[in-house]
Write a protein that binds this ligand. Structure first.
Ligand SMILES: Cc1cc2nc3c(=O)[nH]c(=O)nc-3n(C[C@H](O)[C@H](O)[C@H](O)COP(=O)(O)OP(=O)(O)OC[C@H]3O[C@@H](n4cnc5c(N)ncnc54)[C@H](O)[C@@H]3O)c2cc1C
Length: 548
């Protein structure tokens, strides 16, 4: 099944040959590599630039704050200056290690709105309607609480309720009732609109990343699955227009690995287009500026970047239920660690964003256009600016912004960060929708049950008029971590990068399987949808193999 390693005179190591080489072990990559390697006759290599990501920092939910704010298992990218945000440079954390962003994310289990997928299908992407993708969501899922037509049992991705026992969860629901919002028990069923508490990708109080569900259990048991960590792909190798392998750096070595059937790029919405561009696949003129020889002119690579612009309300609070830097807060962390070690319950199992929901900013809208994440900590600038004191925060993000950004190259150096431009609030319509979202969120935060917890309003004291709100939005808006769309799927569209089978246009033996392929951003968090893409991709590939 595999050939022996050869070392060429130049020191280049040509490693084995596999049927499929998957580049990037994140949500999409883990799912597709795992499903393809279920067949012992199909050999799969998974290359991941980061490490194995199976230690306590990843598995302990509360440790996410250590990862999101810095370089632990995180690429921690900056954006280019954002014109819509007064020229500020935004922050874009991305998971680095097996599990990818699912190993550092907030574990909220959401699929988006059914109309999101029907819209993909209406754009010509046959096979991607809600009815088409629901079976893949269910196949991936092992839901310990919910059942019925919308939920799955026995899949690799464990989904369950929170084990924090934090009384603020009930206070949040009480505030929602006081402010006359609908309460929603399950955001992933018939209807999405309403407020409630989130289900999480956890099991027994531990994080359940895509790697934990799909790859870690099989690393030692599947002889046909090879996982290479600390393996940074630097270019895709082509023979003519066919992708035949990948060159990667591992420590000081430069290695090559060959793909008999396909190279599958799953490096995420920023690094998938980057790797394609480094390999000569992209806009010819843009590549020429970096001295990169053209393999195939595909102008859509890196375009169509969509992400949820997000604003965070923050409040200090003396209530003894919140994480933060205070004598009481630190004592609670130590107590929480002891409880976590004993019974895997309590504050260390918190995903921080425990409550939230989906709301419409106008009654005439067909679907909710904003999402809330209510957090059991007062976080400023993604936790990068620690503050003394405890408190809570509430995010509000716009689900289907009209602004479109892009990902480009800063240089031809494959180890350099890509140039990321989300173009947040580039369209005035996005700003106006967020003004409305701000007001609705404040209605919830002003409800007596939540008002009683607040000792001070950190960012929005005195913000009253629409102009005040616009100003504070431009001052603070940034990502809530859902970039997609940079290698969009489409038909009869010169800017489409992949077809509905996720094959890269104009080339052979090359597919993209991650959040980059989404033609439009979905209304919700993007981990489960990306895992669904990996599941569906594996099925499409298996069907092609069967057909010969
Ligand atoms: C802080 C944060 C919080 C989030 N919270 C939630 C949440 O609560 N719920 C939710 O549903 N979604 C959440 N998300 C979003 C969700 O996790 C992502 O949308 C999803 O994981 C993306 O999957 P992906 O496969 O496209 O990319 P990723 O999971 O990011 O995987 C890409 C992988 O490719 C690797 N890679 C990149 N370049 C190379 C290369 N050249 N060679 C080899 N390997 C490479 C990376 O190291 C990474 O492991 C969050 C994301 C972040 C960052």
């Amino acid at each position: 099944m595999t050939n022996k390693q050869k070392i060429t005179p130049g020191g280049l190591r040509v490693t084995d040959i596999f049927d499929f080489v998957v580049v990037g072990g994140g949500s999409g990559g883990c799912a597709v590599a795992s499903r393809l390697s279920e067949d012992p006759l199909t050999s799969v290599a998974l290359l991941e630039a980061g490490g194995k990501d199976d230690n306590w920092v990843v598995t302990t939910p509360g440790a996410l704050i250590l990862m999101v704010s810095g370089k632990v298992n995180n690429w921690a990218f900056d954006t280019v200056p954002q014109a819509g945000l007064n020229g500020r440079i935004g922050y874009q954390p991305r998971g680095k290690g097996l599990g990818g962003s699912s190993a550092i994310n907030a574990m909220v289990y959401i699929r988006g709105h059914r109309s999101d997928y029907d819209r993909w299908a209406a754009l010509g992407n046959t096979g991607w309607s809600y009815a088409d993708v629901l079976p893949y969501f269910k196949r991936s899922e092992d839901n310990s609480e919910l059942d019925g037509v919308y939920h799955g049992k026995g899949g690799p991705l464990h989904v369950t309720g929170s084990r924090t026992d934090n009384p603020v969860r009930e206070i949040y629901l009480q505030a929602a009732r006081e402010a006359q919002f609908r309460i929603r028990e399950d955001f992933n069923a018939e209807e999405q609109e309403g407020l409630g508490t989130y289900q999480l990708t956890q099991k027994n109080g531990e994080r359940w990343s895509a790697a934990r569900g799909y790859i870690h259990p099989f690393m030692a048991t599947r002889a046909n699955l090879r996982v290479e960590t600390h393996a940074h792909a630097t270019r895709i190798l082509f023979e003519g227009q066919r992708a035949v392998g990948v060159e990667y750096r591992q420590g000081k070595d430069i290695r090559q690995i060959r793909a008999r059937r396909e190279v599958i790029v799953s490096s995420g919405a920023f690094q998938t287009p980057q790797l394609l561009m480094l390999s000569g696949v992209g806009d010819g003129a843009a590549l020429a500026k970096h001295g990169i020889a053209l393999t195939h002119h595909l102008p859509g690579v890196g375009q169509n970047l969509q992400d949820h612009p997000d604003f965070v309300f923050g409040f200090t609070s003396d209530a003894p239920h919140f994480a933060g830097l205070s004598f009481g807060g630190i004592a609670r962390i130590f107590k929480g660690i002891a409880q976590y070690r004993r019974e895997r319950r309590g504050p260390m199992t918190s995903n921080v964003a425990e409550c939230g929901g989906f709301l419409k900013t106008r009654p005439d809208l067909d679907v909710p256009d904003i999402q809330l994440h209510f957090c059991m900590a007062m976080v400023a600038d993604h936790g990068r600016k620690p503050r003394w004191g405890t408190g809570f925060s509430c995010h509000v993000c716009l689900l289907r912004p009209e602004s479109r950004g892009s990902v480009g190259l800063q240089s031809a150096d494959p180890l350099a960060a890509p140039a990321i431009d989300p173009n947040f609030l580039g369209e005035d319509s996005d700003l106006e929708a967020m003004v409305a979202g701000f007001k609705i969120t404040r209605r919830l935060l002003d409800a007596p049950a939540l008002k009683a917890l607040q000792t001070s309003d950190v960012f929005t004291e005195g913000v009253e008029t629409d102009d005040d709100i616009r100003k504070v939005l431009r001052q603070y808006v940034d990502t809530v971590y859902h970039p997609v769309g940079t290698c969009k799927m489409g038909v009869n569209d010169p800017m489409a990068v992949v077809d509905p089978k996720l094959r890269v246009y104009g080339l052979e033996g090359l597919r993209v399987v991650d959040a980059s392929v989404m033609p439009t951003l979905i209304g919700g968090n993007t981990n489960a949808p990306t895992i669904m893409i990996g599941e569906k991709a594996a099925d499409m590939i298996k069907a092609e193999l069967r057909a010969g």
